[in-house]
Design a protein around this ligand. Structure first.
Ligand SMILES: *Cc1c(COP(=O)(O)O)cnc(C)c1O
Length: 368
């Protein structure tokens, strides 16, 4: 877990660190090995990071292996092979790539945001938009979602109208909420700046926002190979981007960020569409079982996780009770804009899901 406001011991040079980085940063999931050791458990269910529990597809592994043989050379800076594979998968769009979607988000902000510019973010959501915007000295405007975690288009447009960039996540992390495409269309027409639509989990939902790319030139759609395509460790993200913006993105990007091995593994994964679809169908099945069999109230989810309401327990308390039984989930206490009584549970391997359902049922029964 990232630090707090204390100075790390001792250095006279701590004053050189930017204020922003002296306080907390990104919150990482608890490590399975640490939980196992702490609670004397041999097998831990890892349901905290929305990872695909399965190995990358055989094609991804083969391509990555091949690419490693040529790793003495720098990558093709245009990533033409990867964008070619993306065009075969999605059709004719303008693509940019990065080190995870996180890398794409960082580069987009670097491309667009001057110090003091407004960046609008809908809460509760993924924390990295805010961190990346603050790193670029943006003025962050936070727009709360409605009590049912939907986005009020009128309220969003009012507060985001003059922002340079606005971020909307759908399906949203951590709530799982899907925003109707018609609402996104309304928002795109109502704001003056650019909308970054984070679609990290869109493969698991039945909503398609891509038609909007043809209608608006202020829309960026971010995607990742980390979730549906099982390549979280390879760090490959990409975005659909308006044609006019692409050359500026390349100017702002760090040279050669995405490496050849990861890029080729991503090409392999994209060519194995049936493997991805098999995982998506598996997730949808388990997502329904989570919602019907877990005794806690939950939110409808279009993602590979479900958010549960743990009241009267706090999310931290419930995450601890589950960890003691070998199940790591994400307490949502660190998500600004969300009350402290939620956990987010990823769909994992079948035995992990069964363990979660058994343990949570037991906890709820003993506290009833
Ligand atoms: C996982 C995730 C990402 C980023 O994933 P990368 O691994 O950096 O590609 C982006 N947005 C949301 C909402 C996510 O959950």
């Amino acid at each position: 877990m990232a630090g707090n406001d204390e100075n790390p011991a001792g250095s006279r040079y701590i004053r050189l660190i930017r204020n922003l980085y002296r306080s907390g940063g990104y919150v990482f999931a608890a490590k399975a090995e640490d939980i196992a050791r702490q609670h004397g458990i041999s097998r831990v269910a890892r349901l905290a990071s929305n990872e695909n529990p399965w190995s990358p597809s055989a094609a991804a592994v083969r391509e990555g292996h091949e690419a490693l043989k040529g790793a003495n050379r720098y990558p093709d800076e245009s990533m033409a092979m990867l964008t070619g594979a993306l065009a075969r998968f999605h059709g004719d769009y303008s693509f940019v790539t990065g080190v995870g979607m996180d890398g794409v988000i960082e580069t987009i902000i670097r491309t667009l945001v001057n110090p003091g510019d407004r960046v609008a973010i809908s809460l509760p959501t993924f924390s990295f938009y805010r961190l990346a915007a603050l790193a670029q000295a943006a003025e962050v405007v936070e727009i709360p979602r409605e009590p049912d975690f939907s986005v009020s288009t009128g309220r969003f447009i009012e507060l985001a109208r003059d922002a340079k960039v606005s971020f909307l996540c759908t399906p949203n992390n951590p709530t799982g909420t899907v925003i109707p495409a018609a609402d996104i269309r309304q928002i795109l027409s109502g704001i003056r700046g650019i909308l970054f639509l984070d679609n990290a989990y869109v493969e698991f939902s039945d909503t398609d926002y891509l038609p909007l790319m043809k209608e608006y030139d202020n829309l960026i759609i971010g995607r990742t190979m980390s979730k549906a395509f099982a390549l979280a460790g390879a760090r490959v993200g990409y975005a659909f981007i308006p044609g006019w913006l692409a050359p500026f993105y390349h100017r702002a990007a760090t040279p050669f960020t995405l490496n050849t091995v990861s890029a080729r593994a991503a090409i392999g994964a994209l060519e194995d569409r049936t493997e991805m679809e098999r995982y998506v169908a598996y997730v949808q099945q388990w997502r329904d079982r989570f919602r019907t069999e877990c005794p806690l109230p939950s939110c409808p989810s279009g993602a590979n996780f479900v958010m549960f309401d743990t009241a009267p327990f706090s999310g931290d308390e419930m995450a601890l009770l589950l960890a003691e039984k070998g199940v790591i989930v994400r307490s949502c206490a660190s998500f600004p804009g969300l009350p402290d009584h939620y956990i987010r549970v990823s769909v994992g391997d079948a035995w992990e899901n069964e363990l979660f359902l058994a343990v949570i049922t037991e906890i709820c029964r003993s506290c009833a």
